[in-house]
Ligand binder design. Structure first.
Ligand code: SAM
Length: 293
């Protein structure tokens, strides 16, 4: 059962010396939680990947916060700034441009630094493109591997896909529009055409599209309409099928044939070599067959 935690005003206001990791929408601005708004409203500082992007979100909700920038080029320095603020008793809300901070986005260094310094780190769950795609995929999502973005260079991407080819669990990738066609072609080459893929495009937005098909026809589908190659993409690909079991060897059948032609000891030795079975077990079986026969 969810437990309700709120202060006297019925809100979840930010506490001193605490870092909040706040998920924000991945498209539809309605996809922000009430708790996220409470924390953004009450935090002393909002550490944002791009302060302009976050300002637009805050303006929409009538929130005026003190913003500092935490992006991939300054994250180490920003992590020091944030831990300094936390040490001084300030509350800090960490956000990225879209979705959950730290998931293919800046944020992990800030969180690691805050934790290492012994500060409370509180996650505020919400939008995440990978989970949104998985939830509507119709695949068995019991186990999946989130791979984020594949390398941009074709040779590295193919090497990584070759490593992933035998993974049995669902595979989840993020991809940019200018690489989507090449990426899907490489997925098909590495994994074979019979596995299914979900192409989840522009989730929660006006042109949201979820298309599921076999890998060998996915490229054709993308080429079928220019719009299908535009926007942001999550790709969910079925894992490798179970390897076919080796046919079980009929040890008794093999022994019966050999015993009809050879003395017992020789029949047993040959049966062990042919079936790979245990010598003592095969010897015992041979004795029984001789007695019965
Ligand atoms: N932190 C984000 C999250 O929690 O999902 C991911 C940020 S990452 C920099 C951006 C990538 O996520 C995009 O290139 C795309 O692959 C995926 N993505 C983000 N929003 C999406 C959306 N609305 N529809 C499909 N994919 C999306």
């Amino acid at each position: 059962m969810p437990e309700e935690v709120s202060n006297a005003r019925g809100t979840a206001a930010a506490c001193p010396g605490t870092l909040y990791v706040v998920a924000t929408p991945i498209g539809n601005l309605g996809d922000i939680t009430l708790r996220a708004l409470d924390v953004l409203r009450s935090a002393d500082v909002i550490a944002a990947e791009d302060t302009r992007v976050t300002s637009r979100l805050l303006n929409r909700h009538g929130i005026s916060g003190r913003l500092i920038a935490v992006h991939e080029h300054n994250e180490r320095r920003a992590a020091e700034t944030v831990t300094g603020l936390l040490a001084g008793g300030k509350s800090v809300a960490l956000v990225s441009d879209a979705g959950t901070p730290g998931i293919s986005d800046p944020g992990t260094l800030v969180v690691a630094a805050a934790r290492a310094a012994g500060h409370s780190v509180v996650p505020l769950p919400g939008a995440n493109a990978a989970v949104a795609a998985l939830s509507a995929s119709g695949f068995d999502t019991a186990r999946f591997l989130f791979c984020g973005f594949l390398p941009a260079r074709a040779a590295e991407r193919r090497r990584m896909l070759a490593e992933l080819a035998t993974e049995r669990v669902l595979l989840v990738f993020y991809e940019a529009p200018h690489r989507i066609v090449d990426c899907v072609a490489d997925l098909c080459a590495a994994f074979g055409g019979t596995r299914e893929i979900l192409i989840a495009r522009e989730l929660t937005k006006l042109h949201e599209t979820l298309h599921r098909c076999r890998l060998d026809v996915a490229g054709e589908w993308l080429q079928g309409d220019d719009h299908r190659r535009r926007g942001e993409f999550v790709l969910v690909v079925e894992g490798a099928p179970e390897a076919p079991r080796e046919a079980s060897v009929d040890v008794e059948g093999v022994l019966n044939i050999l015993l009809g032609e050879l003395p017992l000891k020789q029949a047993v030795a040959l049966a062990v070599r042919l079936t790979g079975g245990n010598r003592n077990d095969i010897y015992a079986l041979a004795l029984k067959l001789k007695q019965d026969g």
